[in-house]
Ligand binder design. Sequence first.
Ligand SMILES: Nc1ncnc2c1ncn2[C@@H]1O[C@H](COP(=O)(O)OP(=O)(O)OP(=O)(O)O)[C@@H](O)[C@H]1O
Length: 514
Amino acid sequence: MSQQPEQTASAAGGTPAVRVRGVAKRFPGVVANHDVTFDIEAGKIHAIVGENGAGKSTLMKILYGVQKADEGTLEISGEEVVLSSPADAIERGVGMVFQHFQLADNLTVLENVVLGAEKLHGIGQAAREEIRRISKAFGFGLDPDALVGTLGVGARQRVEILKVLFRGARIVILDEPTAVLVPQEVDRLFANLRELQRDGHTIVFISHKLDEVRAIADTITVMRRGTTVATVTPGEVTSRQLAELMVGSELPSPETAESTVTDRVLLRLEGITVDGPDARPLLSDLDLTVHAGEVVGIAGVEGNGQTELVEVIVGMLPAAQGRVSLDGRDITRLSVKDRRGAGIGVIPEDRHRHGVLLDAPLWENRVLGHQGREPMSKWGWINRRAARRDAERIVEEFDVRTPGVETTARALSGGNQQKFIVGREMSGNPVLLVAAHPTRGVDVGAQAAIWDHIRHARREGLAVLLLSADLDELIGLSDTIKVILRGRFVADYDPRTVTAEQLGSAMTGAEEHA
Ligand SMILES: Nc1ncnc2c1ncn2[C@@H]1O[C@H](COP(=O)(O)OP(=O)(O)OP(=O)(O)O)[C@@H](O)[C@H]1O
């Protein structure tokens, strides 16, 4: 195990694809990167791991010209560069695929890929041929004329990768590429990445899934508190040792949970149907019960009705038919606010849209969605002191890494924002917690903490509806798992016996019934 990253490159010889020396980046009150020194060998798959807020995204943004380093140097293929924009990075052969896809559904693969790069190939036959060539060379299986809106998550991601290859990227950076994929798609992505590698591309990717990292990466760089602390090969470390390098101490062992399911039904959906823009309903005749002390997990490929399911429960989307009851009370016609008041807590899927006000300080975010509830407010007035105090409690209890509660949400890393929302939604004694991807983008330490909080909630007699793309998380936390496909529940599984592969098959419709 090398604590001095320089050794990796010299041992391998050759000019590294990327050489980072002494890079530092500061934001007001925060050192996001300091003394970052490591090499990315050409033609290798190189993973970057680290806790939330360790500085991974900042470093990748520096490599892609989105952020500029305050100190240090960057070399690409042996040449020192200063990247002032993504266009600069692309010119140097560096491409980046973000976690949130930036594709237009109503355009074709060809149009999406060419958009903004028309100068390179035009938008005609030559571009179509080039896309076919790239798609074939790396096993992407993409039809240039397919409408992006008709593609699944895995295929969309391949369009994003194709986009950067089309622009000539030889170094491809991926930000948590597997977070949204089912296991079968992860396998396919890895096969694609290996093809890219065979062709001489260098792949750099951030991930929180340490088993996957060990399966695919040639080299792993660990970041901790803004700096690179080790560069290792998968053979040298177990996932646990890797996690311990990330946090700098030993991790507690996960506990196994006894069943706490009671007879009391806290959430009941009866015949819920939500109409879609075309003839096909978004949700179709859904029945669901969640008891006090029970975690019901929902597995599904993104876009099969999960978002609508959450929205119908929290009151953001009206059902065309059917009934929603909370603890025996019909809440179908209640507003979002009244449903919150009745005891629904929500960890939203899209935290930027529904979870946080990015430019507001954390203490104001503490009040968000909880206005009108004590102790934060009394007789319509926001009690700032109480909000600050409670925000501080959440920061402490949920280990949110921030200089303080006056800091804006924007200045927190993604995982730390998520921890703050989880803390907020667990406050105020909800009877039902709807958790959509509660640990998406959070590191292993924070993940373990959030899992503990969900288990604790369950022990306390809450009903928990858990939606997650992380099948191990669903299996580890749920009392029962339902698979949603095209707006219907198509199978129920016992998490004690089901495998991630079985769930994956049911989710893609390969196996419609359990
Ligand atoms: N634009 C910004 N303004 C202020 N602070 C920032 C900004 N971007 C990042 N930071 C801070 O820099 C530190 C590193 O954040 P970064 O997003 O790089 O971490 P990360 O390792 O990618 O985390 P995660 O796994 O949670 O995405 C964090 O403390 C974060 O709060």
